[in-house]
Write a protein that binds this ligand. Structure first.
Ligand SMILES: *Cc1c(COP(=O)(O)O)cnc(C)c1O
Length: 397
């Protein structure tokens, strides 16, 4: 890796040159089956013709305008996202962290506008990941990420995931909102229990708090529903999106109800690049495919195949795999070894790409367009790689 890069990443050694569907090809012509999809970003895989043509078409017209001018494709995207969800209003951003910053601002501003000036704190959950800006790091509350960056941004209180009594205890007269990922991604594919989400909704209604769902990773079809919470029937007041939204083009969004969002008046928020014509043209083309009910049903069907493959591996290698978790095509296995070790064996031995997460979890996030045959191939390579690992573990002892 070039020494000219800030040494915050430790990338794998191979260099990819192009991709197609669920496959990535290195400069040496080696092909890898990508079940990480750029951390759930490449929702439609690589080189999808529909989104490529949207990018090319818009690329010849206008890339950037600034929000000083109307962007019809952005208005159309906002209308489509609100039509498909609980929301009435949308603000575009360039990333998940930025979308979450907007959500935090909307929640605080909402309480402020209602005269609840003391309500500005937000309850978040252990294992959460909301981004790497100063505020979203504080919201995530992971000491590993916070150390050495000065005083932690104030205003976030953490509770254990799933513990409604802890939330009741933690909530005070300063609480403005509760923020949660319906499925934690970085935290280790931890699915919030539907009952818990319902309890949070009721609690928010009881106290006049806003409920924020961070669907940056689990949204945009990942669970086989356009938005993860729709399956449960618990709607938030604010929701953030990013990763899959642009299918690889950087774009994020913060969606809000009329009541929550209308506290944001002209000048209250903004972004130079957020929702520029190129970004929204691509996001509209992603949505063309992902919002189709038949496409979502296919994701749910394929999820069963992928899940079964992981369960079968867990049964065969109980000493390596402790647990299969997740929902839709956002799956994970908890391992007895550091997740990175499994990810490396899969990559080197199986030519399969996966993504490590906290809690010793290996994330399985194929593109939503993955085929049955690719899931079968993944299963085969996953089993073979684990066998390799089991054999070498025996040799080591
Ligand atoms: C990735 C992620 C973020 C941060 O997104 P960035 O685009 O990296 O800023 C926020 N929330 C969740 C749930 C994520 O998975």
């Amino acid at each position: 890796m070039s020494g000219a890069l800030l040494p915050v990443f430790q990338p794998a050694p191979m260099v990819f040159e192009h991709g197609e569907g669920a496959w990535l090809t290195t400069t040496d012509g080696e092909r890898y089956l990508d079940f990480g999809a750029g951390i759930a970003v490449n929702a439609l895989g690589y080189s999808h013709p529909h989104i490529m043509s949207a990018l090319e078409r818009q690329g010849r017209k206008l890339w950037h305008l600034s929000n000083v001018y109307r962007i019809p494709e952005g208005e159309r995207l906002a209308e489509r996202l609100t039509a498909a969800s609980f929301a009435d209003l949308v603000s575009f951003a360039n990333s998940g962290a930025e979308a979450n910053e907007c959500a935090i601002k909307v929640a605080r501003r909402y309480q402020h506008t209602r005269g609840q000036l003391e309500r500005w704190r937000i309850i978040t959950f252990k294992g959460a990941f909301h981004g790497r800006t100063l505020a979203t790091m504080a919201a995530s509350g992971n000491s590993k990420y916070l150390e050495g960056f000065g005083p932690v941004v104030d205003g976030f209180d953490q509770c254990p995931l799933g513990d409604i009594n802890a939330v009741r205890e933690k909530a005070g007269r300063e609480t403005a909102a509760i923020m949660i990922e319906p499925i934690q991604g970085e935290g280790g594919v931890r699915v919030a229990c539907p009952t818990f989400l319902r309890q949070l909704r009721d609690f928010c209604d009881e106290l006049g708090l806003l409920l924020i769902f961070d669907e940056v990773q689990c949204g945009m079809g990942r669970t086989g529903h356009l938005f993860a919470h729709q399956e449960i029937g618990v709607a938030p007041d604010i929701m953030t999106l990013a990763k899959g939204l642009g299918g690889g083009f950087p774009v994020g969004a913060c969606l809000a109800t009329e009541s929550a969002g209308s506290a944001m008046t002209p000048g209250a928020h903004g972004s130079t690049f957020g929702g520029n014509p190129l970004a929204v043209a691509v996001a509209n083309s992603v949505l063309d495919i992902v919002e189709d009910e038949a496409f979502l049903a296919e994701i749910r069907r394929k999820s069963i195949l992928a899940h079964a493959a992981l369960v079968s591996a867990a049964q065969q290698f109980p000493e390596l795999i402790a647990d299969v978790r997740g929902h839709g095509l956002m799956l994970g296995v908890r391992t007895a070894l550091p997740a990175q070790r499994i990810v490396e064996v899969l990559r080197i031995h199986g030519k399969v790409l996966t993504i490590p997460a906290s809690d010793n979890v290996v994330r399985i996030l194929p593109p939503l367009t993955v085929t049955d045959e690719e899931i079968r191939l993944f299963s085969e390579r996953f089993h073979l790689s684990l066998r390799q690992l089991a054999v070498s573990a025996v040799k080591e002892t």
